[in-house]
Design a protein around this ligand. Structure first.
Ligand code: COA
Length: 183
């Protein structure tokens, strides 16, 4: 499939929110942009599956989720890195902006679901995704940007300028079937 430029896509959020500095640091054979409504076809779930269970419920269900996210403006910022030669997604990440009552009605950015295709790991795509999401978070006025990660990924996030703070707690809902994901 030939590379599809941003102006031919239906995007989750304005492409202008992607940092020019991050774009200029990426090598020429890849492109960073907001998630598009047709990205189910470009392997979005396959990339996310390096992270955890990413069950494919079909394109229509995926698009319904995309539309639900876009219906909550200035809240969901999922972005992707696309390999131009194949028009396939090779990296993905998301920012969720949470509005608060404290800190003078402040906002917090939550980084989620960072994944780079196995063949493309170690080529600085991960750090560019984090830089792009942090830029969106700070541009949106968030007073901090936070994320959870495994111990093994702490050195990666330190390279991205993050520091270790506090602990994560989790309580999973009762398992309804043997197939229910636990992450
Ligand atoms: C973790 C992940 C997102 C990193 O992306 P990546 O594109 O491979 O990483 P980058 O090439 O951008 O790495 C940036 C720097 O961090 C370092 N780094 C990356 N992962 C590391 C790790 N696990 N331990 C130590 N250093 C690491 C790189 O060596 C590089 O250092 P350098 O700038 O000195 O060369 C990617 O490996 C991945 O998708 N892993 C599987 C899913 C996952 O664990 N996601 C994170 C969920 S919290």
């Amino acid at each position: 499939m030939p590379f599809t430029p941003d102006n031919e896509l239906d995007l989750l959020f304005p492409a202008a929110l992607i940092s020019d500095q991050v774009k200029s640091q990426l090598h020429n054979d890849v492109h960073i942009r907001p998630l598009a409504s047709t990205d189910h076809r470009r392997g979005h779930l396959a990339v996310l599956s390096v992270l955890t269970v990413a069950t494919d419920l079909g394109e229509a269900a995926w698009v319904a989720q995309f539309n639900a996210m876009r219906a909550a403006p200035q809240t969901y910022y999922s972005l992707v890195i696309v390999d131009k030669a194949s028009d396939r997604i090779v990296g993905a990440g998301a920012l969720f902006v949470e509005r608060k009552f404290l800190r003078g009605l402040g906002s917090v950015g939550h980084i989620e679901d960072i994944a780079v295709d196995k063949q493309q790991q170690g080529k600085k795509l991960g750090i560019r995704i984090i830089d792009a999401l942090t830029y969106i978070s700070e541009s949106a006025g968030c007073y901090k940007t936070i994320l959870n990660c495994s111990d093994a990924n702490i050195p990666f996030y330190i390279k991205c300028g993050y520091e270790k703070k506090e602990n994560e707690m989790a309580k999973y809902a009762p398992v309804k079937s043997a197939q229910s994901p636990r992450l």
